[in-house]
Design a protein around this ligand. Structure first.
Ligand code: NDP
Length: 451
């Protein structure tokens, strides 16, 4: 009889903490998933016997490396790069690369762990991974960004490949950075292959990849609202962030008849009671990406709006909320405020933006709440479609991809219902996503034996 049969949830979490000292984000992510999985596997002998949960919460591989580069003033700079290859039971490792000074092993391990379940939920054959570096792209020249990306890829290239591990973008890594990294990979290996997704359209990228995460989070929200006979028409939305995910979520909310009231960045949030229309979103996109500006400048451009320095947007009265900036940006107190002000649905565009206390508040209040691993899977899903197009050496049409994205989000919603529907009619999307994602990966692991 395996020891794990005698381990209860508290002992399991204590073990995760002991084995991963100083890694609170990773412990938080595993704790959230383990709570649901323990219940699910209580009467399923083989998952215990083969220690599946214990194995799934230990990354296949953690690669850490030095990245040195020269800045414009000829100073030699040294950063740390990482690639976490979490689990490839159902396909090549797949997950974004983050460039941000806060990057560390704990954050990337939590992201790679979550990614494993998210990718399984899409129904596409992708394992879970994540990578990044402690590099801060803010304020860097184009030349500095290029030299950093090239140096980063000069080490990363030996760990990735179209059938091994296929990274994409994340915070601080957009089309420009993917271009520099792809160019360096191609130069070093002399191989043109689909080794990265989020590429430019000229060299193998997919239509709607930039829009996919934000649009997908809104499609998921629509699916949730439909279970209560509602739609987005006339609904007000609070959104955090002003990057790729946030601006595209805002765009889709507008297209479906909603009104976006807020956006934010790491300095604070803007509140525009007149609504952040498509024209205003276009201004934000261009201001933040091309001019590398701050969201606070919005109030000089659009007079009815106010900027709230150092604050998050969750105190603004809204019908629906989409946290689209970063992890742990919506805490218990914020969740209580949203619920008290009448918010009926939360769809996470970011990864783990709500802390465990906040998740508890949403569940207790019985509002519609979608965890990022379900609601923000649209991005990686279209990345999966980019991989298929690269393998087939084809480019699919936009209308076809838009429909596939909608169908994939609806499919994830259905998978969440399978395990998340409660006796009283309430849908626990966290539980649904955790169990459906776990089951697919776990069953593949069972097939492989002990590896
Ligand atoms: P971007 O770099 O395009 O934008 C990130 C946004 O979040 C910026 O507005 C940034 O503000 C803000 N932000 C970053 N750190 C903080 C912080 N500590 N506090 C407050 N605001 C912060 O990234 P993405 O839009 O691509 O990613 C956003 C989230 O979505 C992340 O959690 C990412 O993991 C997740 N995600 C992204 C996917 C994608 O396809 N891009 C796919 C699935 C999930 P500032 O400019 O001040 O830094």
């Amino acid at each position: 009889m395996a020891d794990s049969e005698h381990v209860d949830l508290d002992e399991f979490i204590a073990g995760v903490k002991r084995r991963n000292p100083g890694q609170p984000e990773f412990v938080q992510a595993v704790t959230e998933v383990a709570q649901d999985i323990f219940e699910f596997i209580a009467d399923k002998e083989e998952y215990h016997r083969w220690q599946i949960l214990r194995r799934i919460s230990e990354p296949d591989r953690v690669v850490s490396f030095r990245v040195c580069w020269e800045d414009d003033n000829h100073n030699i700079r040294v950063q740390r790069g990482f690639r976490i290859q979490n689990n490839n039971a159902i396909g090549p490792y797949k997950g974004g690369i983050r460039f941000h000074p806060s990057v560390n092993e704990s954050i990337l391990k939590f992201l790679a762990f979550e990614q494993t379940f998210k990718n399984a939920l899409t129904g596409l054959p992708m394992g879970g991974g994540k990578g990044g570096a402690t590099f801060n792209p803010k304020g860097k020249s184009d030349g500095e960004i290029m030299r950093f990306c090239q140096s980063f890829m000069t080490e990363l290239f030996r760990h990735i490949g179209a059938n091994i591990d296929v990274p994409a973008g994340d915070i601080g890594v957009g089309a420009r950075e993917i271009g520099y990294m792809f160019g360096q990979y191609k130069r070093i290996t002399n191989s043109f292959e689909g080794v990265l997704t989020g590429k430019g359209l000229e060299y193998g990228g997919s239509l709607i990849r930039p829009e996919a995460t934000g649009y997908g989070a809104v499609y998921f929200l629509e699916n949730m609202l439909r279970t209560r006979g509602q739609g987005l028409e006339g609904k007000s939305a609070a959104i955090s962030g002003s990057g790729n995910v946030a601006t595209h979520a805002a765009e889709k909310i507008n297209q479906l008849g909603g009104k976006v009231l807020t956006l934010s960045d790491s300095e604070g949030f803007i509140h525009d009671p007149d609504g952040i229309t498509q024209e205003k979103i276009d201004w934000v996109k261009s201001h933040k990406t091309r001019r590398r500006g701050r969201i606070s400048d919005y109030v000089d451009e659009y007079k009815g709006a106010t900027f709230h320095r150092g604050e998050r947007p969750w105190g603004v009265t809204c019908d629906v909320a989409l946290p689209c900036a970063t992890q742990n940006e919506l805490l218990g107190a914020d969740a209580r405020l949203l619920v008290a002000n009448g918010c009926i649905a939360v769809s996470e565009g970011a990864n783990m933006p709500t802390d465990l206390d906040g998740v508890h508040v949403f569940k207790e209040a019985r509002i519609l709440y979608a965890p990022g691993k379900a609601s923000n899977a649209g991005g990686v899903a279209v990345s999966g479609l980019e991989m298929s197009q690269n393998s087939a050496r084809l480019s699919w049409k936009e209308a076809e991809l838009q429909q596939l994205l909608k169908d994939i989000m609806a499919g994830i919603h259905t998978r969440c219902l399978e395990y998340g529907q409660q006796g009283d009619g309430y849908i626990d999307y966290v539980k649904g996503a955790n169990i459906a994602g776990f089951k697919k990966v776990a069953d593949a692991m069972l097939a492989f034996g002990v590896v």
